[in-house]
Design a protein around this ligand. Sequence first.
Ligand SMILES: Cc1ncc(COP(=O)(O)O)c(C=O)c1O
Length: 390
Amino acid sequence: MERDAGPHDFGSLDRAWLESKSGNKWRKHAPLLPAWVADMDYRPAPKITAHLQSVLDLGDLGYPARDEKNRTRAVGAFVHHMERRHGWSPDTDRIREWNDVVQAVQAVLHVVTSPGDGVVVHVPAYPPFFSAIEQTGCRMVPVPARIEHGAVSFDHDALDSLLSREPARVMILCNPQNPTGHVFTRAELEHLADIAARHGLIIISDEIHADLVHDGRTHVPMATVPAAAGRTVTVTSASKSFNLAGLRYAVTHCDAEQVEAGWARLPDHLFGATNIMGAEAAWASWTLAGGWLDDVVAHLGRMRDLTLELVAAHLPGVRVHRPGATYLAWLDCRETPIATDPYAAFRAAGVETSEGTGFGPGGEGHVRLNFATSPALLEEIVSRMAGALR
Ligand SMILES: Cc1ncc(COP(=O)(O)O)c(C=O)c1O
């Protein structure tokens, strides 16, 4: 694979620098090579780090400036980013800032569900959705992925009839989907919104991976689907696209009266408050770093293709489909000698992946691989994993 010679060089990474970082990805399972948690190995955009440096140089670490509705300037930047990238004009008055995406998901479940209520989720799914559902005392209503001939699909007609028999209260949609990388089409979203409207579901639409779509695909925000109006809470962040997860900053756009009324009944301080570095980094991401984002997405597309090539060449029996978005590959190891516990086998070979069973039903015999690294490191990761299959 050609080394990335673009203005932002993601193709060569200094291993000593990565190993010296204090974050969880490189620390927690050292000396295993980390292909697990969804952080990228790249430095954030220089324009973002320079902006944060200027905040530090100014000694500007007091409370961030907020408007009369308690919003930082990142909110305006979010609206522009959505307009430019996704053709959606969010209503500024419906936006709130949070410390993270999962906090907001939990806060929606908290105000609209009662113990025992059903929560629809496409599985396999991002693991914190399960704990959010469990900790609210709710019941998961799984929509299983079918992955055939490299394509991911879900049976939404079956969901529709299931909901007629077993009502539910909320649908947590993850679009693009983690871990399959599925990008829901407008037709799929219209069908889901229609189902939600007929069965009275609130939709939580986690769109944190929206910027990271490949092959010229278009991300369709659920909030732009007419049938989703009045029932949708969009939850997102700059943290995945711009590699800023440690800064803890997220936003919601709430077009669901019942949710907003529930939140209004809770004491303000229960929500916490965003910090100045998180808000300024989000502002800088959405205002200054569009070129970096284009470059990283192009690089991730090449890393995705390299992942497929390396898996085909070196991991016999492992099946992988081409994810339409994200930097995550969902590896099906059920037809290999390590089918019962591929995660443990890859660990023993020196690589930390994410264990498939953590992603719920359909996760058995799978692992999730994070390919947001350099070609050289990915080659070493796959070569170690190959050791588990020899
Ligand atoms: C689908 C999805 N939602 C949420 C998150 C985490 O967001 P936060 O750290 O803001 O809770 C991730 C992280 O990988 C994710 O993949």
